[in-house]
Design a protein around this ligand. Structure first.
Ligand code: 6CS
Length: 384
């Protein structure tokens, strides 16, 4: 539960107002040619020849009408998700000769992660990078990414599964579309690590710890299985919560532990590799389905190209993040690398949760067929 303090309420009111305005103005509606680049010179005279006399729907650069798409992310400028949105925008702009522009938003500009998901669903923004954890209550199957030791430990193999899986790109996508969210792609932000003050290297270390999780019933159950208590808060409140010790531990990829400075208020970092952080590139379903075929193709093709680009980006950021944490002598952090034996002890507790999740024992509405298909697809990649 997010704590509704005064600052948060004010933020929420402004988001709702902005959301209303964006929807009312038809933000990003390609038919209307709305957006900040209206009236700008978007190409050669040749390109503009056929636009004379048209009202509002000025056609620029070949077949693309002018439009501005809002792309919200859950991270700050320079972090993986934001870099993704920026690079995506750059490619779209280039391919459309500047007719379509993409405006990336940082975390916080339009609210918390949960607010952002709602904004996308309502059509207040057209595109979002979304972590499945924040819609865990709405799309139970999307929680599959937070099972521990289910996807391959190797981020490259996980990325391969995320890119090619039919269970995810067809079946799970259909589940999200029931909620007006179209996952266009899934990609990893890197292997997860735990931070705490106790130095987690065996399951019993979780006993008595209050763990921060996203809005996901499965995450709650997983940490409860280790003996921890859990609390769901937005990451924007997490540094303070760790500092004040209202929360004792958290999980994230190393780049984020560095950039959000969580390690400064935690003594230890465990390279647990218990799963890979997964993000989804999503579009508002009604908006996406209503796009002309060439714009859909443009989006699909760009999202596909971005899979390799974002993999390299997260890899570089995670490597740099770990180095920065190690080098920060003012805020020393003990780095714990789990041995195979220690990982086996965690697996013993985590693996029974897989079947419980599949059978709907932990969270209602899970489609076991998606779980089964994905498990086979993972086995094909790992060869196990
Ligand atoms: O811990 C979180 O909630 C945040 N972590 C990352 C890596 N991205 C955004 C997300 O909200």
């Amino acid at each position: 539960m997010i704590i509704f303090n005064k600052k948060y309420l004010l933020m929420l009111i402004s988001i709702l107002t902005l959301s209303f305005l964006l929807v009312a103005c038809g933000g990003g509606d390609s038919e209307e040619g709305t957006g900040g680049n209206e009236g700008e010179d978007t190409g050669s005279e040749e390109n503009n020849e056929n636009t004379e006399g048209e009202e509002g729907g000025e056609e620029a650069s070949g077949d693309f009408e002018e439009a501005e798409w809002s792309f919200v992310t859950e991270e700050l400028d320079g972090e993986v998700q934001y870099e993704y949105a920026e690079e995506f925008g750059k490619r779209i702009e280039e391919k459309t000769g500047g007719a379509i522009t993409v405006v990336p938003y940082e975390y916080g500009a339009l609210g918390s992660e949960v607010d952002q998901a709602q904004l996308l669903q309502q059509g207040g923004v057209q595109l979002a990078v979304m972590s499945p954890g924040f819609t865990g209550g709405q799309v139970p199957d999307g929680q599959i990414f937070s099972l521990h030791y289910f996807f391959p430990a190797d981020p490259a193999q996980t990325q391969e599964v995320l890119t090619n899986s039919e269970a995810l790109n067809t079946d799970l996508r259909a589940k999200y579309e029931e909620h007006n969210i179209t996952p266009l792609s899934y990609w990893t932000e890197g292997a997860m690590a735990w931070t705490s003050n106790v130095g987690i290297d065996e399951p019993s270390d979780w006993e008595g710890l209050n763990m921060r999780v996203q809005e996901s019933p499965l995450m709650r159950e997983t940490y409860a299985a280790y003996g921890a208590t859990v609390q769901s808060i937005s990451w924007g409140e997490l540094y303070t919560a760790l500092d004040r010790e209202t929360v004792d531990a958290q999980e994230n990829p190393v780049f984020f532990i560095n950039s959000a400075s969580f390690y400064e208020v935690q003594d230890t970092l465990t390279i647990s590799n218990h799963n890979n952080y997964v993000a989804m590139t999503t579009a508002n379903t009604d908006w996406y389905n209503g796009l002309p075929e060439n714009e859909k193709q443009l989006i699909d093709e760009t999202v596909a190209e971005m899979q390799d680009w974002i993999f390299e980006e997260q890899k570089a950021q995670n490597e740099a993040g770990l180095a920065a944490i190690k080098e920060d002598i003012e805020n020393p952090t003990e780095i714990i690398e789990l041995t195979e034996e220690q990982i086996a002890a965690f697996k013993e507790v985590a693996e029974p949760v897989h079947e419980q999740f599949r059978n709907g024992e932990l969270t209602e509405g899970v489609d076991s067929a998606i779980y089964d298909k994905l498990k086979e697809e993972i086995a094909e990649v790992t060869g196990e």
